[in-house]
Design a protein around this ligand. Sequence first.
Ligand SMILES: *Cc1c(COP(=O)(O)O)cnc(C)c1O
Length: 232
Amino acid sequence: MSHIAENIKEVESKVAAAAERSGRKREDILLLAVSKTQTVETIRQAVECGLTALGENKVQEIMDKYEPMGEGVHWHLIGHLQTNKVKYIIDKVDMIHSVESLKLAEEIEKRAASKNRVMDILVEVNMADEESKFGITPQKAEAFIRELSKKEHLRVRGLMTVAPFVENSEENREYFRQMRQLQVDINAKKIDNVVMDVLSMGMTGDYEIAIEEGATIVRVGTGIFGERDYSK
Ligand SMILES: *Cc1c(COP(=O)(O)O)cnc(C)c1O
């Protein structure tokens, strides 16, 4: 078995165990393979193991890999998105996880309308209020989502967070719990056109805890592909 196939087997068994512990079904959780910095050849190994949903944080990497990877894969944009780059990915990605400004949302709306499609989006929330992180504060989420709900070519599917980098992943449990609560609270407001069923939270260091706290998408890079090499 290849190195990557072995890694995936291990991640899969941890995902299944975390789902089981929390009384959830494995199929309600998407394991998103974060393929940033990885080559097409490497990514294909993960796809062959059944991981067809791929997460990238840069528009350029999606553009470079889109044609070579071909059909049968689903791209998710998970990193900060500049307004002037929306046009390059609007017909390539299934979901944008990192919506955090009205200006960006308006550009996605405009570009999606021009392609006659509805884009699934997540609102990025900075749960720990870290200065270095993108995302809106939890306090602003409801008002922001009310604005987004008026846009015909956006579908707000849920929330995304990048939790703090910590030694002990248990420290992030509270942020995951709070994000799930935020989802419940906003759904209870019954905003027109908004049914949030997605929680994108948890990375290599803390995806098991995120699943226990309700994650429906976990974004795993290092755990699948190994340490990233940024030198290339
Ligand atoms: C890189 C990245 C990940 C994956 O991180 P790992 O620790 O390698 O699993 C997840 N989410 C976002 C937004 C990222 O940029």
